[in-house]
Design a protein around this ligand. Structure first.
Ligand SMILES: NC(=[NH2+])NCCC[C@H](N)C(=O)O
Length: 429
């Protein structure tokens, strides 16, 4: 029996109680160098190695919190005939070619015939095109329904914000079905006891609205820090703002917006350059977050359903400090050498996932970052040693659990990108 936790996330660092994961499957290898870019990867991946590395992440998380696999959650939803039809209808609405009778790629009936577990697999791994006529035989497409290559980055397609789930409006069509699956999971799994908000269900939403979870950080229950770049547009942030305004809360709430460069691709999300580590520490890619540059920081203050104030700030850390969050930055790639900073940022060196205040997970390969963490009081513990009981987490107060990452980062992300927390304990600020 799966033990569900009620959804509630009010910080980036509160002790983790539940998290949604997706172990990379066949979808990760279903691409060629030529279409890796279309799949949003920096390179093609070796699945065996990727899975081995991933096991370190999921193994460690399994010792700390309740973990859920997307595929299991989805299969469970699909057991209900009504839910199954609704999910397939949603998919067909988003990818109409699979539903049009007579269309070469029509697979709707085939999908409806599948048992829950198999259907869940197909929805994630894709449905290969059966070459049973000339058009299909000559088609360059290998799939009637494309694989979701990026689903192991469960962070992006849905976001737990307090006790609701904001569904991502993905910047790239290849990730759209992920959002739909996440919405279906939360809509049809009563155990999470939550409500979903999906921009596309709102008829008046701006067509340029885009929001991905890698850009949305809950610094405190009254402060959202949101990246504005290639994946989350100003219209996306305005959608979130409108949601907050509609709640008409008496308490002041804040949105801090950080503009991001569009190049290189390792800057896709805010969590690639800024993550929270502890009540008083954060990880930064220093050239972007700390140094004066053209990427602006904007502070929006909301109260009683109104925008009280909207202004530019010098930088993110100063803005947070004004709100009572005085965070000491630790530099990705260490202090000093810009090459080390660039190299380690590229391999998701700033992308930490907190399992509690001062307790985080990241890639061990980024040695300069690890050295900086260690100098700031974090013990470096290998995930492998924890899984094998060579090291007990309870013996340490502040730590980084390191996972190996030679294949996983080629997909374009790190520990935060690969985790979608559903419940955290309150933080003692
Ligand atoms: N939260 C993150 N930084 N996620 C990284 C996602 C990487 C993925 N290849 C994409 O381009 O969408």
């Amino acid at each position: 029996m799966t033990k569900y936790v009620e959804l509630n996330v009010r910080s980036e660092i509160g002790e983790l109680e539940g998290v949604i994961l997706h172990t990379p499957g066949a979808e990760v290898e279903n691409m060629t160098p030529e279409n890796a870019e279309r799949a949003l990867y920096s390179d093609i991946l070796n699945l065996d190695v990727a899975r081995d590395e991933y096991k370190q992440l999921s193994g460690v998380l399994g010792k700390i919190a309740q973990t859920y696999q997307v595929k299991d959650l989805l299969a469970n939803v699909l057991k209900d005939e009504k839910a199954k039809e609704a999910v397939i209808d949603r998919v067909c609405k988003m990818e109409p070619h699979i539903a049009i009778k007579g269309n070469t790629y029509c697979i709707k009936d085939y999908l409806l015939d599948q048992a829950p577990t198999e259907l869940a697999r197909l929805l994630i791994e894709g449905v290969p095109l059966k070459a049973d006529n000339l058009t299909k035989f000559l088609s360059k497409e290998r799939y009637a329904m494309r694989p979701l290559h990026n689903f192991f980055f469960t962070r992006d397609a849905s976001m737990s914000v307090l006790n609701e789930v904001l569904i991502g409006k993905m910047a790239n069509g290849v990730r759209d079905r992920e959002s739909l699956i996440m919405q279906s999971i939360f809509d049809y799994t009563p155990g999470f006891n939550t409500k979903t908000v999906n921009p596309i269900d709102n008829p008046s939403v701006d067509p340029n609205c885009m929001i991905e979870g890698g850009d949305v950080l809950i610094a405190r229950d009254d402060i959202l820090v949101i990246g504005n770049g290639t994946r989350t547009t100003t219209q996306g942030i305005d959608f979130i703002l409108a949601q907050l305004l509609s709640q008409k809360e008496e308490k002041q709430r804040h949105i801090l917006v950080q503009e991001l460069p569009s190049q290189p691709e390792s800057f896709i999300h805010l969590d690639m350059v800024f993550t929270l580590l502890d009540v008083d520490k954060c990880m930064v890619y220093e050239p972007l977050i700390m140094r004066p540059n053209k990427y602006q920081t904007v502070h929006i203050t909301i109260q009683n359903g109104k925008v009280l104030d909207i202004r530019r700030e010098n930088n993110l850390l100063e803005a947070l400090k004004k709100l009572g969050m005085d965070l000491k930055p630790i530099f990705c790639g260490g202090n000093g050498d810009p090459w080390n900073q660039e190299r380690e940022q590229w391999h998701s060196g700033a992308n930490f996932f907190a399992v509690g205040p001062g307790k985080v997970i990241g890639y061990g390969r980024n040695i300069h970052t690890m050295e900086a963490m260690n100098k700031n009081g974090f013990e470096i513990l290998r995930a492998k040693d924890i899984i094998r009981h060579k090291v007990e987490l309870s013996d340490y107060e502040k730590y980084v659990i390191t996972i190996e990452g030679s294949e996983l980062p080629r997909g374009g992300g790190g520990a935060r990108c690969m985790t979608m927390p559903v419940r955290r304990k309150p933080v003692n600020w």
